[in-house]
Write a protein that binds this ligand. Sequence first.
Ligand code: PNS
Length: 158
Amino acid sequence: MRRAIYPGSFDPVTNGHLDIIERARKLFDEVIVAVAHNDAKAPLFTLEERLDLLRSTMGKIDNVRVDHFSGLLVEFARTNDAIAVIRGLRAISDFEFEFQMALMNRKLEAQVETIFLMPKEEYTYLSSRIVKEIARLGGDVSKFVPPPVAKALAAKIK
Ligand code: PNS
């Protein structure tokens, strides 16, 4: 069983995340979309809300499941017998932080490989942070996030 973890804050899930999940699930037997507790980042959506939005958006996909973790990512990968961590790489600006994280994770657990996947070009400018900002300023986010997320954003940012 070749299992990969796709970790992130998913605050909230965007079409870019969904694109990466689609790509990853073709490469692995199973992908665990792992939502980080990450309270330090003061997320807009609670952990439960982020999990619900992922689940309601994705529906049931054969080889993808949604889970959550706190603590070290490599520890979660080890516990779940995962051989890889998937990260989306959108632009050069992502690279420095992602490179640092990948190498640090390798130091912590040499058996887990980080694999970078590039989303469709039209999603390279997309991020949860920007989507939240657009929503806060009254912009239309329906092209960037799935319908349940657009609805949840509208309800959250009234
Ligand atoms: O979606 P994000 O916010 O870019 O995801 C970042 C995340 C959750 C993948 C990263 O912060 C993480 O792995 N956190 C878990 C704690 C950890 O393992 N830290 C050491 C990484 S070098």
